[in-house]
Design a binder for this molecule. Structure first.
Ligand code: ATP
Ligand code: MG
Length: 178
């Protein structure tokens, strides 16, 4: 899976709709302090189904919605769209488009290629492609130090994410409950 495009609207400091193209290879995000580099990485993790508000540096998930400034009113929703190239013979037939939207008081809604889906479905899409909100493919601030300091069990989880087998744990838990 190759992420090609990211569209943000009302997400954290990205109040006006913004669109970024992501080229093949390694992508680095640079810029002055506070310009939104970490917010961008968080947007990618968020659209992939991140469920921890704390890891989005907020108290609640609605904190990802643009909170307003002295000159700009706050927004009622945040939306992130991620477009990726996938296996043409796979379940998404080449192009995958994932949208997550959160509205104040209404929680998050997800769409995959235009169809409403559950958060879990989105997480599985990325887990099976060996990427996702906790994937080693996304190196956010402090991540290198976290890898070095990780306990063996945590490091094993990172390896499982990288190998694309993390989704199997979710399916096993599901099967055990049925
Ligand atoms: P550094 O180089 O210091 O790590 P950075 O480029 O990673 O900086 P971010 O942490 O991504 O910067 O962005 C911080 C900015 O985003 C701050 O100005 C903060 O006020 C703003 N911000 C975060 N959440 C929101 C929100 N919900 N609404 C409006 N602005 C927000
Ligand atoms: Mg940062």
């Amino acid at each position: 899976m190759q992420i090609r495009r990211l569209k943000l609207s009302g997400f954290k400091s990205f109040v006006e709709p913004a669109e970024l193209r992501i080229e093949p290879g390694l992508t680095g995000v640079v810029g002055p302090n506070g310009c939104g580099k970490s917010n961008l990485l968080e947007a990618i993790r968020w659209v992939m189904g991140e469920s921890s508000a704390k890891s989005m540096r907020g108290a609640g998930m609605e904190d990802v919605i643009f909170a307003g400034t002295a000159t700009r009113p706050s927004r009622g929703f945040a939306e992130v769209m991620l477009t990726a190239d996938t296996d043409p013979d796979g379940p998404f037939g080449g192009e995958l488009e994932v949208v997550r939207r959160i509205e104040r008081g209404a929680g998050s809604a997800y769409r995959v290629n235009g169809r409403d889906v559950r958060a879990k479905d989105v997480s599985l899409v990325f887990a099976d492609a060996a990427t996702g909100a906790h994937s080693p493919a996304l190196v956010s601030q402090g991540r290198i130090a976290a890898v070095i300091a990780a306990k063996p069990a945590e490091r094993r989880m990172m390896l499982e994410e990288a190998a694309g087998i993390a989704g199997l744990h979710v399916r096993r838990r599901d099967a055990e409950q049925k």
